[in-house]
Design a protein around this ligand. Sequence first.
Ligand SMILES: Cc1cc2nc3c(=O)[nH]c(=O)nc-3n(C[C@H](O)[C@H](O)[C@H](O)COP(=O)(O)OP(=O)(O)OC[C@H]3O[C@@H](n4cnc5c(N)ncnc54)[C@H](O)[C@@H]3O)c2cc1C
Length: 467
Amino acid sequence: MIDVLVIGGGNAALCAALMAREAGASVLLLEAAPRAWRGGNSQHTRNLRCMHDAPQDVLLDAYPEEEFWQDLLKVTGGATDERLARLTIRASATCRPWMRRHGVRFQPSLAGTLHLSRTNAFFMGGGKALVNAYYRSAGNLGVQVRYDAPVDRLELKDGRFVAAYVGSERIEARACVLAAGGFESNREWLREAWGRNERGEWPADNFLIRGTRYNQGTLLKFMMGQGADIIGDPSQSHCVAIDARAPLYDGGICTRVDAVSLGVMVNREGLRFYDEGEDFWPKRYAIWGRLVALQPGQIGYCIIDSQAVGRFMPPVFPGVRAGSLPELARALELPEAAFVKTLADFNAACRVGTFDHTVLDDCRTEGLAPVKSHWARPIDTPPFYGYALRPGITFTYLGLKTDERAAVHFGGVPSDNLFVAGEMMAGNVLGKGYTAGVGMSIGTAFGRIAGTSAAAAAGKGVAHAAA
Ligand SMILES: Cc1cc2nc3c(=O)[nH]c(=O)nc-3n(C[C@H](O)[C@H](O)[C@H](O)COP(=O)(O)OP(=O)(O)OC[C@H]3O[C@@H](n4cnc5c(N)ncnc54)[C@H](O)[C@@H]3O)c2cc1C
């Protein structure tokens, strides 16, 4: 019988598999996706948020534990378990040498990704290279990997894992790690979670999924049915406004449009609906998906002029270009009069000080609702550009409750041999909101802990020895 069965094939699963194998356990990893699509949402990532007390290779200055914790507290509004959050933060300070040993390489923050060079370590080659490095290392260490192996249910006895089923095939193991992501790819479940709005629309029908199609939440739903303790709200998700032309799945990072704070956003009625300059973009980009989801037709339009060009990461699709604002309204099929009035009112309300996109500058609107708090400059320099944006779901927050050993809980009692990592438990640390790079910090910390705990439960290594 195998010692440790790991279910999932992204960052958290791979960290768990590598740690369990390093502890001496035999390991089998089951990935729902075919080989070419392995790696879940992790294949789309770019960086990991890291605590550090002094400059470290690719990281500038310092990002101390307390600052990381305060950032997390702010974005979650307190929906976080401080013990598990601090554990994640501390682990982020020490995991990179281990990652390097398994072939992950880092590079300085990319030009155009504002304000992240201090806090986030970027993977050279992105998440795809990270995932490939981990699979290569896992193969070299003797981890068995099976692709096209979606687990649809588990056999549990008194809170203990007994076996997993891939269709009719039964796979036993001494311990198991669940690292099968959230349920963001399950459109039916998203529909149910978001419900119907006051306009009679089903908002989730207009959502796009930024990552893998394989995170269907099958095991999350199964575990809920088995009475596992759950954390998080099913309607909460990390949701970004992405280019409406993006594919339904796997559009990845390049479909994001990072120009919002440089211009204005309007809805399909041509009206503004939120402060585009509330805070730095990395701290605000993840609120815009939900804001757009609340608009009629779940669509918004980012409008910029030529002053903004070159100041944001170029998106993969070019913007709709026009020589005047009325022409842009027509090209975007927006009500021309309302749109032109919105832009005229905005332009008239701008109080331009010293424009500086790298600080919370003093360019703001006055007497306008909603206000634009920073980087407000009249949109008056042709050519003008517009991007239609839709809500793009990154991941959901609903997950399994856990503890410092990454154990799954039933009625408050931790399982001795069933563990959880990554998005399936991220809601313990990140109940809502987001700060860039923390998904990989949580998955790396808890993947490593879960792997060590599972090996120990199978009689190999000592829990937490290396985590
Ligand atoms: C476009 C994009 C960019 C992102 N950028 C960043 C970033 O730069 N930094 C950051 O920290 N976070 C980022 N994230 C979030 C990040 O991807 C997640 O926090 C992280 O990858 C979660 O890791 P995971 O291993 O839990 O899930 P995943 O990587 O999604 O892995 C889940 C795995 O489980 C498999 N699976 C699902 N169901 C089953 C089943 N029933 N049986 C077997 N296998 C199953 C899937 O195929 C997949 O391999 C990004 C997400 C997206 C979509």
